[in-house]
Write a protein that binds this ligand. Sequence first.
Ligand code: DQA
Length: 148
Amino acid sequence: MKILVINGPNLNMLGIREPDIYGRKTYADLLEFCRERAAKNGDETEFYQSNHEGDLVDRIQQALGAADAILINPGAYTHTSVAILDAVKAVSLPTVEVHLSDPDSREEFRHVSFIRLACAATFSGKGFESYGEALDFLSALNKHEGKR
Ligand code: DQA
């Protein structure tokens, strides 16, 4: 299956940005990690990162008919964006929410997640492994659907 991996604002700054929270590995390292993990599952990945809400909405819309599932870390837009939630609802592809940190145990303003309302599952607090578990989940979901 083809999985579209979307990362929102500031995730391109991985490795530089607040390393105590997000680690010292870079965005390029993250893509390599995801590519390898998906390949192990027999899946293909495509990546998109943007710091702009509307661009993220555009990319989600373009996934319609082009991707089988979406893995999304909307960054700070997790906590603010109804537009990104609506875009995910509009394309109606299996989608999972991912975070490197655990927003639910950080500042109170991070406890709200709009995107979660349209997601089959949330994976957070495990660094890159949050993405790994999300890729495994989507792969298993797809194999299960295929058998039905
Ligand atoms: C994040 C958590 C968000 O609260 C934050 O705004 C981010 C990254 C994470 O991956 O832990 O930019 O989504």
